[in-house]
Design a protein around this ligand. Structure first.
Ligand code: PHE
Length: 465
């Protein structure tokens, strides 16, 4: 409880994942998910492996379908083009590239080995897609840190992969997205280690970024301590190497974004301002100290990458010697790809419409040319909640997503009030059903919407108005 009250510590929950809308109505979730479990077959086969379902299973079919797409491996898709751009910039800098990891991982890989506490909200069924109690769709690329530290033969590695989190549905949020993870280690036994790290720092190409970093000189404090096995000097140097590497990467990507905007004819003033970033403190269970980089872009700070000095225990778990030290970072790439390619809606990445896919080619950052959208169908659902209801907005989202799949364009709580006499609470949600690829019919949406209403009644006891 104390932790919840401490605004700094509370950031653990907020940024333990880069885009999170952790919400804690565990009980309402539990109720819904328990009933949901009946909907699943006895086993789910994914990438040639069979998973016995149980009361943790909560992956709708349309999410399983998304795991087959592997957009980051498609060299002519914006996500694949961005991955390729980053890899080309980091080539010959000592990184091995891993792009083939399958999305199903164990709770051990995704959480335990990284030191996630048992009660971390990221573990809850309401935030994560479980195949069963022990297996899930990775929620971040850090799930592969262990095996990469184990197998990597170069000083560092980069992983790109699709990751999955239950999330709200809107223009910038989608339950599947992509991350790029990087890590780099040194051995304490390197002769003149400090000089070596300094040399490695020198070898990172310089950028013109304006950097705001209150922690560069003094990277450790009581909230974000150094690990005992490292000296202050080692932390300081490795931190600089980490931050300069991330700045280099971010600079390349955002400079490319500006270049493509200019080529597309934009004359907006931000195109001529130097790129500005700031470092803020962060907390991740498997790094200490930890930070996040934010990029000033079109008038707002864009959170884009969490990082830190890897906890020795993670390195030891991977079988590395006690002499190893290193850093890791993780960047969400969909939002950046949206900026680079001028893509207004994250769902377009998953479109199968050729009017989308034909616009992009390997090695080129083209600005997306919008084509006419298929019309959406709006439906409202208003209801009275039972007393002490634990219904949470995410539950409504989840019900809509279960029945509408990809056709759920947005879900918003548009009205809420308490009846002055009876004290009963009423809510109204507006759902926009829209397909990226085709026209919807009223009949099919009525059917979906009826199922949504039925589930709200059945699992949350609401009275439809
Ligand atoms: N995996 C973290 C996230 O999804 C990012 C991260 C990676 C942080 C590596 C630290 C080290 O938010």
């Amino acid at each position: 409880m104390l932790e919840m009250l401490n605004p700094v510590r509370n950031r653990i929950a907020v940024n333990a994942f880069l885009r999170s809308s952790w919400s804690l109505s565990v009980f309402s979730r539990f109720k819904y998910s328990t009933i949901q479990a009946r909907k699943y077959p006895d086993e789910i086969v994914l990438d040639g492996k069979s998973y016995k379902t149980d009361e943790w299973t909560n992956i709708p079919d349309f999410i399983l379908e998304l795991t087959k797409r592997q957009l980051h491996q498609n060299p002519n898709h914006p996500i694949g083009i961005l991955r390729d751009l980053i890899e080309r910039n980091m080539k010959d800098m000592g990184y091995t590239f891993y792009n083939n990891f399958k999305p199903a991982v164990t709770t051990f890989q995704n959480f335990d080995v990284l030191g996630f506490p048992d009660d971390h909200p990221g573990r809850s069924k309401s935030d994560t897609y479980y195949l069963n109690k022990d297996n899930l769709l990775r929620t971040h690329t850090s799930a592969h840190e262990l095996e990469c530290f184990q197998t990597c033969e170069t000083p560092g590695y980069l992983i790109t992969a699709d990751v999955y989190r239950k999330d709200e549905i809107d223009r910038t949020h989608y339950p599947a997205f992509h991350q790029l993870e990087g890590a780099r280690t040194w051995s304490k036994n390197t002769p003149n280690l400090e000089e070596q790290i300094l040399k490695d720092i020198e070898s990172i190409p310089k950028t013109n970024i304006i950097v705001e970093d209150p922690f560069r000189e003094q990277p450790i404090n009581a909230e974000n301590p150094k690990q005992d096995y490292m000296t202050e000097k080692q932390v300081q140097l490795i931190q600089v190497h980490l931050k300069k590497s991330v700045e280099f990467l971010v600079n390349q990507v955002f400079e490319t974004a500006r270049e493509s905007a200019r080529l597309a004819g934009s004359t907006e003033p931000y195109l001529n301002e130097p790129l500005k970033i700031r470092w803020v403190e962060a907390y991740f269970p498997w790094t200490s100290p930890s930070w996040e980089i934010e990029v000033w872009w079109k008038g707002e700070w864009l959170e884009c990458c969490g990082c830190g000095i890897v906890q020795q225990q993670v390195l030891l778990n991977a079988g590395l010697g006690e002499d190893k030290l290193g850093w890791a970072f993780g960047i969400g790439i969909d939002r950046i790809a949206m900026l680079l390619f001028g893509i207004p809606d994250i769902r377009l990445f998953w479109s199968l419409d050729e009017r989308f896919s034909n616009q992009f080619q390997q090695g080129k950052i083209a600005t997306f040319v919008p084509y006419s959208k298929f019309p959406g169908i709006k439906r409202d659902v208003s209801f009275w909640l039972p007393t002490d209801s634990l219904l949470h907005e995410n539950d409504v989202m989840e019900i809509v997503r279960t029945h509408a799949g990809d056709v759920a364009e947005s879900v918003a709580n548009i009205d809420e009030f308490v009846h002055p006499k009876t004290g009963r609470k009423s809510q109204c949600y507006r759902i926009n059903y829209q397909s990226m690829d085709r026209n919807l019919t009223n009949e099919e949406i009525n059917e979906v919407h009826n199922k949504v209403e039925a589930d709200l009644k059945k699992y949350f006891d609401v009275e439809i108005r």
